[in-house]
Design a protein around this ligand. Sequence first.
Ligand code: GUN
Length: 292
Amino acid sequence: MQLIDGRAVAAQIKKEIAEEVARIKAQGGKTPHLAAVLVGHDGGSETYVASKVRACEEVGFQSTLIRYEDDVTEEELLACVDQLNNDADVDGFIVQLPLPGHISEGRITEAIDYRKDVDGFHPVNVGRMAIGLPCFLSATPSGIMELLKRYEIETRGKHCVILGRSNIVGKPAALLMMQKGYPGDCTVTVCHSRTKNIKEICLQADIIIAALGVPEFLKADMVKEGAVVIDVGTTRVPSDKTKSGFKLTGDVAFHEVAPKCSYITPVPGGVGPMTIVSLLKNTLLAGKKTIV
Ligand code: GUN
């Protein structure tokens, strides 16, 4: 069994991005600039956005954090999006989700200029991804593809079972794993809360991508010997063993599943560190005006 070290891969890619940014600057080019919009004070969102801003600094990007209180109106937020769309200095931006209930996440996402949508959530980017056109890929599926590539894990002709059908992980991961070429060329099955015989389907999988958000859902008796297991789960489970009072828990019962796997991602330290790297990759693309 080989552990897929997302932290090490992420550090390596950050180094590669930093080198490229240094080259761009040395040639008199524009420093890539990411803006992040954060609404309210949700602990998880605060942590994620702080990590994104820190990562930008590490690779030499410019970053701007724009904050609003929970009571911001949809109109105010739409005006902010409009301003960022029209700010020539900002190459790409994100509006951190979730947003308060009185704001439509769909309206906000669709208001973002798809050429600056470095989250890859805009329908134009999702549609382009679906038919294999240049686009901003959403962070988690893109991070998974990068891990498969860097570890040279064979995907061609393999049966990939995806647990979860969310718009930001399950669905795009299914599209990418079935696309022509490497990493891809898989036969893909998507399982979800209404799927019958999940265990039997998982037992047929060469590659399992677990993204349901149910802690330790995937057990050893659901996994074929030699399978590749990618764990996307990041549920905060209360714990008295950590300083923060919670433990990040994946969708895979790691200790019993790992011995059966050829490769497996840990939680934390697997897919998680790759998501910010995907955002950095997209911001670099945005800075070069690659997606038009
Ligand atoms: N909330 C959780 N993950 C993400 C993400 O990748 N982008 C944004 N904008 N919000 C999120």
